[in-house]
Design a protein. Structure first.
Length: 299
């Protein structure tokens, strides 16, 4: 049975976009994935996104994606929302991934804007609608024009929100004005997909986070959101400011690279990266240690 959710928080409030651990030879590390999932949920995550960008989904096979969802569900599926990333730039492929995730038992789907082929807004409407039509699972959209090349316009978000299974949006657009309008007009549950903007997005109506830095600071993210919900703006601001070095350090380069490096520094499962991603240099690792320490992360 899926963890408890509400229309306002269909996937909980604090989710981490989980890395995919690999063994030393680059194979899928299912045992490591389960241990990492347990660690993250024990730390305070309401949910985990698997097979997202941070999970290196562009370089994992469909079979590996299914195995990973199964493993994480087995480890934490009774305690946390397990959201399966199914976004591709091929609608038919995304539908196949969505149906497989549903059969496996995922609690929800994350669908990123199709990348590279740059569809018009009508194409986005049909793409996301087809994915939502293909299963009975709730869908979180993922709006990240910096990666996809195309934003989801506010008018498109409003129309997509009419679909009964499109219930949320992960916002990495980096535009608080457009986000404010979209939150107000669409009624979608809004999740910050940009850690530096977690608190600002809460202030304009977001309900939670889908985080990369959650790999190392989930308790602080939970404290931040609880302070905000409790009306303690000063405490929420203090936590936000304390975490600024972490936000900065984890995105000095590609977030998967730094997340895996940070987990390795903490002795947690992560393993190597798959090309074209590459490991941090010694100098970059030293800087990451400085950034994390400045934000209070114990290594």
């Amino acid at each position: 049975m899926a963890p408890i959710s509400t229309p306002q928080t269909p996937f909980g409030r604090v989710l981490t976009a989980m890395v995919t651990p690999f063994t030393a030879d680059g194979a899928l590390d299912l045992d490591g994935a389960q241990r990492l999932a347990v660690h993250l949920v024990d730390a305070g995550n309401d949910g985990l996104v698997v097979n997202g960008t941070t999970g290196e989904s562009p370089t994992t096979s469909d079979a590996e994606k299914d195995q990973l969802v199964r493993a994480v569900l087995e480890a934490v599926g009774d305690r946390a929302h397990v959201v399966a990333g199914v976004g591709t730039n091929d609608t038919r492929h995304s539908i196949e991934l969505a149906r497989t995730a549903e059969r496996t038992g995922a609690h929800g789907l994350l669908a990123v804007t199709p990348y590279y082929n740059k569809p018009p807004q009508e194409g986005l409407l049909r793409h996301f609608g087809a994915i939502a039509d293909s299963t009975e699972l709730p869908v979180m959209l993922y709006d990240i024009p910096g990666r996809s090349g195309v934003p989801i316009d506010t008018e498109t978000l409003v129309r997509l929100a009419e679909h009964p299974r499109i219930v949320a949006n992960k916002d990495a657009k980096g535009d608080l004005g457009r986000s404010s309008w979209a939150i107000a007009q669409s009624g979608l549950a809004w999740y910050s997909g940009d850690d530096m903007l977690n608190l600002p997005l809460l202030s304009v109506g977001a309900v939670g986070f889908v985080s990369v830095v959650g790999h190392v600071v989930t308790p602080e993210l939970r404290a931040l959101i609880e302070a905000h919900l409790g009306g303690d703006v000063q405490k929420a601001t203090e936590i936000h400011q304390k975490l600024l070095p972490v936000f900065t350090g984890m995105f000095r380069t590609q977030g998967v690279i730094t997340a895996k490096a940070a987990l390795t520094l903490q002795g947690l499962p992560a393993g190597p990266l798959r090309l074209p991603l590459v490991e941090l240099t010694a100098q970059e690792t030293a800087q990451l240690k400085i950034d994390l320490a400045a934000g209070g992360v114990q290594l």
